[in-house]
Design a binder for this molecule. Sequence first.
Ligand SMILES: *Cc1c(COP(=O)(O)O)cnc(C)c1O
Length: 582
Amino acid sequence: MNETQGQYFYHPLENIEEVDVFYEAVEREHLTKAISEERPYTYWTIEYYDQENGIRGGGGLGVLAGDTRRIAEKIGVPLVLVTPFYPSELHQKYKDGKIINEHRNVDYHDFGFRFIDKVNIKCGENISQLDVIEKKFKNTRILAITEPNFGELYSGASGSDHRLYQEVALGFGGYTALKLVGLKPAIIQLNEVATFFSALARLDELVRNGMDFYEAVVYTRKHTLYTNHTLVQAAEAEFSYEQFERYVFPNLKSLAVKKWISDKFSEGKIKLSSVTIEIAELRSGVSKLHSRVANYKDIAGNRVKFKAITNGIDLERWVMPEIMDFYLEADILTPDYFPAPNYLEQIDELTADIIRIYKAKGREVLNEILEHYPDQNGKILKFSENDFIFDFRRRLVDYKRPDLPFRDSMRLRNILEKHDAHYILAGRVHTGDNEMSEKLNRILETISKDEYLSTHVHYLPDYDEELAYGLSVGSNSAINIPIVGLEACGTSWMKDVANFNILISTHDGGVADGSINAYLNVSGADEDEELNMLYQRMEEAMMIWESDFDLEYVIKQELATFLPIISGSRMLKDYLDYLFPM
Ligand SMILES: *Cc1c(COP(=O)(O)O)cnc(C)c1O
């Protein structure tokens, strides 16, 4: 508590739910207006993965944001995506047993952004001047803020001053940017808590413009959706009151809002999730399982409920165009990329011949892409149509278990040898994750010591969007083995299923939205049992590939189960149904 607080004129807002009931009547009448060009759906994200537009993300969170904007464009939803444009991006190389980080500068002028104006953000004694830039695409646009010292995505520790600065800049700067282009948000979707300050900026503006404080809180809550991607609140970094005094409070105009947020500190610390829960009445998780198990408490100590809206992907972005044409012509997908009404029957059009033709085409695409992605030895890989390829490609983090398949390297070798198959491991290690770097080194050492493995297991360090695409169209079987309960959704596996790959997976994240029999499931009472089953599944996958009958059966089964889940159009529709119920 700080001593100047007594002078603020405010009413403590202890029980926000009561206020809720009070304003409900008012609510119904004037608050929820449908989205329009002037009142768009606004989507806020600290991470946006869209290399075509010069913004490189870190993983699934950013890919989802990129897909959401594209889907909105496709199905005609007015959407503004607000995000930082990072002037520097991280690439990784592997050299002499070490991961080497490479920082490349990026200029927004090279990507078709238009400069709009500058906005000021206060940081303690200083003022940071941000460029507001925009790029329009039909009914959607990217509105970005940036400045030369903005830094990289996720640079610094998660509770650091620099992160807080980036988050405050996105929230307050982005909110001002929205005003600059003459827009009011119909809804604020917070893609994780790093975007909290946009909702705070809105609350501040409403109060500043004369709305009663309680009404402003209710209004903001009714129009803010918090999308959670993380399982445990405990893992989240905290900020201190002192950090807020420097970065947050100077950007607030209303004393009541300042007081409101001050009251949310506990022992001088705050977790953004706790205030995000307070400011967003609408809350969603990214798969059924995740929404059930995400363990979050509000300030009163009550468990928070999350509405399950499983992630989907923009099929146009991730599916090989030839396969996309097939889905459309066979009436499996509608022109808006929803599963067609009779998609289950139509999937029967698929034959092993078709699958093999498209996988051969995908292999050519993969080979072209691989020309720009040297392996751990600096070698360019090229595969024949007949090579069987397993791939494990994702951020290299512990819970996804990139090391699991290498625990019994002799067995892995025997499996690959039987069919002369290849195994591609692609993924970046998070800066500072020394444990994972060491694990990776051990994997690579194991590989290099074995003559066979060294020619059949390949590590590709600079994993990104293009490589993700190449591997989903060009490999045969994808391995997705997070520790059950720890994957929020995952979207890599969706790209694999949509491109006719045989999916080997644990029953976790979005995969667990479907039946356990819909794919090659890996499970077991402990990790040894899981590993044993993983190896069995790998052998099975290679056998399935050799049999037309089995291949057709397995791919149809995957599509029948997962196509409605994978469809990003379905995802956006689920969000709209949740936000604007009839
Ligand atoms: C699809 C994609 C992801 C998502 O990965 P998951 O591990 O499935 O969450 C991450 N990074 C890139 C580059 C992707 O294309």
